[in-house]
Design a binder for this molecule. Structure first.
Ligand code: FEO
Length: 183
C-alpha cells in the first residue's frame, strides 16, 4: 500500500521550502557575522538568534514531509548574498528576504488549496502567521533606522539601535529541541 500522503508536486515544493529556510538561516548567519565584525554586537546577537529560528523552520518542514510518508531531499544550500553595505541596507535586506519567503509560503498554500490537500493547507497556516510576525519585526527595525536618520544615521543613534537589539529576548530554541508544534 502506498503510504505517501503528498503529491509529487507538493513533496517537491515542500522540499524546496525546506532548503529555502536553510538558505534563510545561512543569510542571517552571514549578516550576523558581518554585523559583529562591524562592531554591532547587539545586531549580531539578534541575527544569530534569527539564524537559529530559520533552522528550526527548516526542521519543521522536514519533519512534516517525513510524517506524511514522502521523501526528504537534502540538497546543497545556495551561498548567501554579499554582505550589506550598512546597517540600513542590512535591515532593508532582512525585510526583502522575509517578503520573498512569504511569497514562497503563499505558493505552497496555493498548491495545497488547488490539490485540496487540507492537511498541508493547515500545516502551512503556521508559516503564514509566522511570516506576519517576521515581516512586522523587520518593519520595526526599519522604522527605528528611519527615526535614527536612515542611511545617514551615525554615532549615538546607531549605538542606541545596537544596544536595543542586544537585549532582545532570548526566546529561540535550539534546533534539536524543535518539534512540529514548537519550532
Ligand atoms: Fe522561516 Fe523568516 O521565515
Amino acid at each position: 500500500m502506498n503510504t505517501n500522503r503528498l503529491s509529487g508536486k507538493m513533496a517537491e515544493a515542500l522540499n524546496q521550502q525546506m532548503t529555502k529556510e536553510a538558505h534563510a538561516s545561512q543569510i542571517y548567519l552571514s549578516y550576523a557575522a558581518w554585523a559583529d565584525s562591524e562592531g554591532y554586537e547587539g545586531v549580531a546577537n539578534f541575527l544569530f538568534r534569527h539564524a537559529q529560528e530559520e533552522r528550526n523552520h527548516m526542521m519543521k518542514v522536514l519533519e512534516y514531509i517525513l510524517q506524511r510518508g514522502a521523501k526528504v531531499e537534502v540538497t546543497a544550500i545556495p551561498a548567501p548574498p554579499p554582505n550589506p553595505a550598512s546597517l540600513n541596507d542590512c535591515f532593508e535586506k532582512v525585510l526583502s528576504h522575509e517578503i520573498d519567503n512569504t511569497n514562497a509560503v503563499y505558493r505552497l498554500v496555493n498548491i495545497a488549496h488547488e490539490e485540496k490537500d487540507w492537511a498541508t493547507f493547515n500545516f502551512m497556516q503556521w508559516f503564514v502567521k509566522e511570516q506576519v510576525e517576521e515581516e512586522t519585526l523587520a518593519m520595526k527595525l526599519m522604522s527605528k533606522m528611519k527615526i535614527a536618520g536612515g542611511e545617514k544615521a551615525h554615532g549615538d543613534a546607531l549605538y542606541m539601535i545596537d544596544k536595543d537589539l542586544s537585549t532582545a529576548p532570548d526566546g529561540v530554541k535550539s534546533a534539536e529541541e524543535a518539534t512540529a508544534d514548537k519550532p
